[in-house]
Design a binder for this molecule. Structure first.
Ligand SMILES: *Cc1c(COP(=O)(O)O)cnc(C)c1O
Ligand code: SF4
Length: 309
């Protein structure tokens, strides 16, 4: 980060601000609400569930960097909310639930576990017959790429029935370095797919040039944009929040048609009933019995026949 520039996009993500005290819209106990912890289904603290076939599995509360916009701030940054994250308890729960085919390991930052602990965790998950894929959410390829060591590659890598996907979090092109490019390449050479989940942050990445550069630059270091998240109504982060429509507008104005479709993430609102995608809704301008009128990114229109089903 730039130590002389208070508006440095990296600095704004990590240096506390007095604006965090102005909490007009953030919900108290946000995580309990968002992660459906207050339901009849009894689950360990480490398991957050919104879907039938997959869960988020929290294995650590430590991060490589502490983000001021974190929606899990109550657990990770402020530590007001006391939850017990016991890895074995979570593994036992997954083993007892045959409908869980996809395990998203999160935190904190799970790649901060030691190589041995990670190797052990992955071996135990892969031994569960109904687990078909393992995912990690980790900022380390961006904020601590030096963590991608030979030892880590040994713990994660190799051809296996159960593949590993890593989604990192990069919010601004300035965060993408040569070290990140190397780390991503190292992960890919051992069979790991790398994607990005950005958070839409006011004053950091919510303008057209930055949003476009971020997604183009991710592809130059082999990271596939997966999601862009609306900044959630967690406590103390009002000042980072844009309008709900902003992400869809940015996809329309910065990405779709302006650059390759590979650069386009899905813009989603993460809610307690799952992630809800929001697309810019200008493509179908008109529809009648004979034809559809479609609009492209430049505002040009074309027609295709409406073929009866
Ligand atoms: C985000 C999330 C998932 C994964 O969602 P995908 O759309 O499959 O990436 C799973 N469980 C919970 C609780 C989540 O928040
Ligand atoms: S790395 Fe993730 S969990 Fe940790 S503070 Fe940042 S957003 Fe929150």
């Amino acid at each position: 980060m730039d130590k002389d520039d208070p508006n440095c996009p990296i600095r704004m993500q990590v240096i506390p601000s007095s604006k965090e005290q102005v909490n007009e819209f953030g919900m108290d106990d946000y995580l309990v609400y968002k992660e459906n912890r207050d339901t009849d289904e009894v689950r360990p603290d480490s398991i957050a569930r919104q879907y039938h076939d997959r869960i988020a599995f929290t294995v650590i509360e430590t991060c490589g960097i502490y983000c001021r916009h974190c929606f899990r701030k109550e657990v990770i940054v402020d530590q007001d909310l006391k939850l017990r994250f016991d890895i074995q308890e979570g593994l036992d729960w997954i083993a007892e639930h045959p409908e869980i085919r996809d395990v998203l390991i999160t935190g904190g930052d799970p790649l901060l576990l030691s190589d041995d602990k990670l190797g052990d965790l992955i071996a135990k998950l892969r031994a569960i017959p109904h687990v078909q894929m393992i995912r990690f959410g980790s900022r380390l390829p961006i904020v601590l790429p030096q963590r991608i060591t030979e030892g880590l590659k040994k713990a994660l890598g190799g051809f296996h029935r159960v593949p590993i996907w890593i989604n990192t979090q990069c919010n601004h092109p300035k965060e993408i370095t040569e070290e990140t490019a190397k780390a991503v390449y190292e992960l890919m050479t051992c069979g790991i797919n790398v994607g990005n989940q950005a958070v839409l942050l006011k004053g950091i990445n919510d303008d057209v040039p930055t949003f476009r550069e971020l997604h183009q630059k991710l592809l130059t270091v082999r990271i596939k944009p997966y999601y862009v998240f609306y900044c959630e109504p967690a406590p103390g982060i009002d000042h980072f929040r844009t309008s709900v429509e902003k992400g869809a507008e940015l996809i329309r104005d910065a990405l779709r048609g302006h650059t390759t479709g590979l650069a386009q993430p899905m813009y989603v609102l993460a809610t307690k009933i799952g992630k809800i995608p929001l697309m810019p809704d200008y493509y179908i301008v008109d529809k009648n019995e004979k034809e559809y009128t479609l609009r492209n990114y430049k505002g040009e229109t074309t027609k295709i026949p409406n073929i009866p089903e």
